[in-house]
Every structure is written in structure tokens, then in C-alpha cells.
Design a protein around this ligand. Sequence first.
Ligand code: GTQ
Ligand code: FE2
Length: 370
Amino acid sequence: MTVEQSISDSPTVEQELAALYADLSAVHLHPLWTITKQLLTATPQPRSVPWLWPASTLTPLAERALRLVPVERGGERRVLSFGNPGLGGLPYAAGTLWGAIQCLGPGETAPAHRHSPGAIRFVLEGSGVWTTVNGDACDMNPGDLVLTPGWNWHEHTSNGSSRMLWFDGLDLPMVEALDAIFFEPYPRDRQPDSAEHNLSEARFAGTGQRHVEGAVTTALDPGHSPLLVYRWADTDAELTRLGAARDTAMVSLEFVNPSTGASVLPTLSCGMHRILPGRRTEAVRRTGNTIFVVYRGSGSSVIDGVRLDWSAGDVFVAPSWSAVEHLAGETADLFSLGDAPVLRALNLYREQVLDGPQDVHRVFAPDQLP
Ligand code: GTQ
Ligand code: FE2
């Protein structure tokens, strides 16, 4: 063998490296040094993007679905889920949150079932509907928040004469990420009718008091709020009281478990925010995703430099660690759903108030690509 031959036969370092990468890949091993930068980012890099679904788009589509699609076993629900365009076709509003618009026609029942993901409902319009949660029929009216905690049987029943529209929020993507999805249909369409409605609410009728008689004590923590309904009249009154007592651009409430002060569900936090006209809130970044539902009024939010203009019935998403500020044109009430309880429990919660208002780079339009 000549000297030339032996040099060309021994592979170069580049060739050896290429062979190493090919061999690693063939046995499903990943060299961290090539992916460190994309894995360990300085700050969260959610795939979801700031996005808004206008009521003017949602309502006509929900009405077409109402006309064309029955609620039946198998499909279970007439629900249009928000798919964040950053998530590549997944039916999730953000990486950790399911958000949807649900529509129930007069006289319909969306059949009883239960699942490990927990859910909340925030009512937008309509009347004559109740959600039965483990036997407790909870009446639903606009502005009310109704909880269906994980693994509780639930169906939605209408005896009204008009359709009802509400916002659904679930921790489904989190439970899926944890590989802990369970689902079970109830043997009948409806749970037994209860003579009385709103039992959980009756137990917490007083301010700072709860009923302790019978089998309805909550000595054993059920892992979620024992109160299943939060009425708009109470929310509105409290926001009004707070607004009168403070001179801030926004007053905020969190709906909590009245026994413990904890979030409404172990995974989900719900809030209501009243923004005063002509005022601008501070720009704040927080870990955790948030879905906002505009209940009343109109205004704008700037999310990471994108301005989203909204009015009643619109739904929009602020991804984790995006800078968020709100400004109202007329007094506005925003319902919010977030995953903060999980971040807090895992010691991952952070927030940062920015120095001043953000520069607006662009005004959001629903037909642009992320
Ligand atoms: O109403 O029970 O948006 O099971 C998604 C899954 C609503 C419901 C959703 C559900 C429901
Ligand atoms: Fe459900």
C-alpha cells in the first residue's frame, strides 16, 4: 500500500462525525450539543401566536352548525374549537389550553359524559339552559361562570326557546401532555332530574358563610371548588365596588374556591377584568397562556407589539411570556382563562412589568399568516 492510499483510506474527522450523527440518528439518540440553543431558550418561546377570533366570524358559523349538525352520542357536543395558527393545525387555542364556542339549540340535550380534563363555561348569550354537574343542575345565564371539574358527570340541557352560546375552556392539552386522558359516556343521555337547581350555589349563599347540614359539607377537599357557579350579578357588583375604590386603568377579580381561596380548578384560573375607557394598563409579561373573552365593551390589546382590536363576543389569546397591555374605548369587561395554577404549583410562575407602553409593530388581521 502506498502512502497516498493509506491517507485517502483513513476517514477525515468530518467523515467520522457525519458517520457518528448518522449512527446516532439510526438508534434514536440525539446529540444535545446540536440542539441546546433551541431547547434551552433564554425565555419561553411558545409556538402559539397572539390571535383573535371575532364574534362576527364565530356567531354565523355556530348558527350554521346549529342548523346542520345535531348533538348526538359519539360527537357529544356542538363545539367549534379555537386552533391557534402557530400550533400547526392542532385544535388548541394555546399549547396548554383548549378554548371553544359551544352552541345548544332550544330543547336540546348534549349527552352526559365525564372526562379527566376539567372544564369551565363562560356564558355569552341565551337563556333556558343548565349544566348538570354530578347531579347538581346549574342554571346558565349570560356572564355566569360554570365549572365542570375533571371526572364529574356533565350534560347540557335546554328548555329555552332560543339558542345559547358559551365559551368552553379546558385543560385538555395539559392532560394530554401528561398522558392522562380518560373519557366515559354516562349510561343515559341525562342524569336523574333534580327537583332543585343550583345546590352548590345555595350552600354558599351568604357572604363568608356556608351551609354544613346533611351530606353537603365540604370537609373533604374535592380537589376543586365546591361552588360550581359564579353569577354575573355578583361579579359585576364586585367589579363596580372595586372600580369605585381604586383609580387604576383596570380592576381584576379571580374566581376562587370559597373554602380555600384556591383557583377554581387545580389546573385552571378564571378572572374578570374591567378596563376603564381611555385608560391603558401596564405592559406585563407572565408565564402561562391566557385566553381572553370579551364580555362587554370594546378596546384593544397590544400583545408582543401586535395590536388586536376587539369588541363584545371576540376571543383572543396571549401566549406565555408575551407582553400584554389593554386599552378600552368604552368600559370593557374581559373574562380570562389561564393555566397559572399549574405554573405556580411547579414554581414556574414569573411576571415582569415593562417600563412603558409597547411600540405597535402591526395591527392584527385574522387573514394574515403567523
Ligand atoms: O361541553 O362537555 O369544548 O366534553 C370540549 C369537550 C366541551 C363539554 C368542549 C367537552 C365539552
Ligand atoms: Fe365534556
